[in-house]
Design a protein around this ligand. Structure first.
Ligand code: NCD
Length: 304
């Protein structure tokens, strides 16, 4: 039995296979509509979510399976003091696969140690978010036709943004990828990414505070929300929250084939005037999220 806790739990060959499968699902959805008949997905969300939880549930329903779960910790026995370990032990008696989100970093790993069914990390604190990364990779592959040989700009909250951490880990394994990290000084990428991922793999990266200056170099621009819920004080959040607001003026010097991604939810960091620009891919990303999760659920349940 395998779990998906960290994006690096999957090899690049497996990621490429999942992307190929998702592309096939997009082309031939009917072929997949009964692949998980009789199977149950549990979604245990101890933290808010719109896209991740609903795309997991929609994915399982489109495969013919069923779903159960909770969407806030307050409606589970966590409020009575039950441990993640015991909750997972319980839910793994009622389901075939579990997607969980938790505010504590490492909680899905603890869950995996106790679970009798596969666990998928749907976001753990400011740490990792592997299935958003699969969504991002599918989107980049569909937009660009490749996953290597490109300059990827990551902009916003690179410190607490878990989607950024997982995406950098995954993309570091493809050839000739360069990162441009654009953030306020306080929200730079964590040291462990530099020490454990970028430096050992000789990945080229630069850090800057100036989005417009680097714009012309970028093939992909990954915008992120400042993660209010991870801040220790509200004053810092208010000071930093509008550091970057992408609008059409800032895109003046961007490449004509730039792909603009955002895991969503958006707060202020992309002006809505950008939504109609052909380079905006964030709502395509939303769609892709269901297809890659269908591919992942099948893989983890061993469905051919
Ligand atoms: C992201 C998350 O939860 O980390 N959202 C998502 O899953 N699509 C990004 C965010 O909340 O800012």
């Amino acid at each position: 039995m395998r779990h998906l806790i960290d994006i690096l739990d999957l090899s690049t060959a497996e990621i490429d296979e999942l992307i190929a499968k998702a592309n096939d699902i997009i082309e031939h959805p009917d072929v997949y509509s009964h692949k998980c008949d009789g199977k149950i997905l549990a979604t245990l969300f101890f933290e808010p979510s719109t896209r991740t939880r609903l795309s997991f549930e929609s994915a399982m329903l489109h495969l013919g399976g069923e779903v159960l779960g909770f969407s806030e910790a307050s409606s589970s026995s966590a409020t009575k003091g039950e441990s993640v370990r015991d909750t997972i032990h319980t839910v793994s008696c009622y389901s075939d696969i579990i997607a969980m989100r938790h505010p504590k970093e490492g909680a899905p790993m603890v869950a995996a140690m106790r679970s009798e069914v596969p666990i998928i990390n749907a976001g753990d604190g400011g740490h990792n978010h592997p299935t958003q990364t699969l969504t991002d990779l599918l989107t980049i592959q569909r937009e660009k036709g490749r996953l290597g040989s490109m300059t990827v700009g990551l902009c916003g909250d690179l410190k607490f943004g878990r989607t950024v951490h997982s995406l950098m880990c995954a993309m570091s394994r493809y050839e000739n990828v360069k990162f441009v990290c654009i953030s306020p000084l306080e929200l730079k990428i964590p040291d462990y990414l530099r020490q454990d991922v970028l430096d050992p793999n000789n990945i080229e990266y630069v850090e800057t505070q100036d989005l417009e200056e680097v714009m012309p170099q970028l093939d992909v621009l990954y915008m992120t929300r400042v993660q209010r819920e991870r801040f220790f004080n509200e004053a810092d959040y208010i000071r930093l929250k509008d550091s970057y607001i992408l609008d059409l003026k800032k895109l003046r010097n961007a490449k004509p084939d730039l792909s603009i991604l955002h895991p969503l939810p958006r707060v202020n960091e992309i002006s809505i005037e950008v939504d109609d620009d052909p380079r905006a891919c964030y709502f395509k990303q939303v769609k892709n999220g269901r297809f890659i999760r269908m591919a992942l659920i099948m893989k983890m349940l061993g469905v051919e």
